[in-house]
Design a protein around this ligand. Structure first.
Ligand code: GLP
Length: 265
């Protein structure tokens, strides 16, 4: 795992976008595949990264025209077109600025009206990721309780895309996007931790003091279902890019800075 601590959120966005851009470019180099697969996170953390990728696209540094986007998760029960459904959010915040063809945006289906329908759709989404070649680079944020995607504490480290109940803390955290806290759905469909681990590269971004405890637990705590983001410790190509505020709980800051400067392997 590579830990990169930078002075500002802006620098986090630039560095993380650079890593994502390189991973997408190398995904199709010398390969029979003509399109790369980008794993998309929602929430405020990756917005700077998307802005920076948009800038890089406009200046011709990256070509995203044939990229397929795969969402990490979706709420259950929001009507089609609801402004807070992740399909809508990603269509507006990602497909538009990055010029990703909306036909190439893949999002778990949270519209099923029975549990059976939701379970079947979740498994189909998981299969579709593999069938389309797997995710080349997965962008991740982190919840204040250590969740990634919507894998709440207690999620199996090998879990697949499935229906999950949201924790009260997550619903409260996400209430800012809805009119009333009670309007936040109680359930979601999320890629599992096992699904996320199959992406060829992971890039987690976190900024601000509210993420410091979760980042410390994920990076330096035990690998445990109690902190789902700690599963990044199990991945051979995971990069965590954080600002100073989100890094305050890290004990080994000095080492990470040395390693990032190339003084050690
Ligand atoms: C939601 C998303 C996660 C995201 C988290 C953090 O719960 N499902 O993918 O990482 O929010 O959001 P934010 O970046 O807004 O703090």
């Amino acid at each position: 795992m590579e830990i990169i601590v930078l002075p500002s959120a802006e620098e986090v966005a630039v560095r993380a976008a650079g890593i994502v851009g390189e991973a997408l470019a190398s995904a199709t180099t010398g390969d029979a595949r003509t399109s790369a697969n980008l794993g998309l996170a929602t929430g405020s953390s990756p917005l700077g990264l998307y802005r920076e990728l948009t800038r890089a696209r406009r200046s011709g540094e990256v070509d995203l025209t044939r990229v397929h986007g795969f969402a990490l998760d979706e709420y259950v029960g929001l009507p089609a077109g609801h402004p807070q459904s992740y399909r809508e959010v990603l269509t507006k915040e990602v497909c538009g600025p990055l010029t990703l063809d909306p036909a190439n945006l893949h999002v778990p289906d949270g519209s099923g009206s029975t549990l059976d329908e939701l379970v079947t759709a979740a498994a189909a989404y998981d299969d579709s990721i593999r069938q389309l070649g797997g995710i080349d680079v997965q962008i991740l944020g982190i919840g204040s309780n250590g969740h990634i995607g919507f894998n709440e504490p207690g999620s199996a480290l090998t879990s697949r895309t499935r229906v999950k109940r949201l924790s009260d803390r997550t619903r409260l955290d996400n209430a800012r996007f809805f009119g009333e806290p009670e309007e936040v759905p109680t359930h979601c469909v999320t890629q599992g931790l096992g699904t996320i681990l199959e992406a060829r590269a992971l890039v987690l971004v976190a900024t601000g003091p509210g993420k410091a405890a979760a980042v410390a637990a994920a990076v330096e705590g035990p690998l445990t279902a109690s902190c789902p983001a700690s599963v990044l410790q199990w991945h051979a190509r995971a990069t965590v890019v954080v600002d100073e505020d989100a890094a305050t709980g890290l004990r080994n800051r000095e080492y990470y800075a040395e390693a990032a400067a190339g003084l050690r392997d």
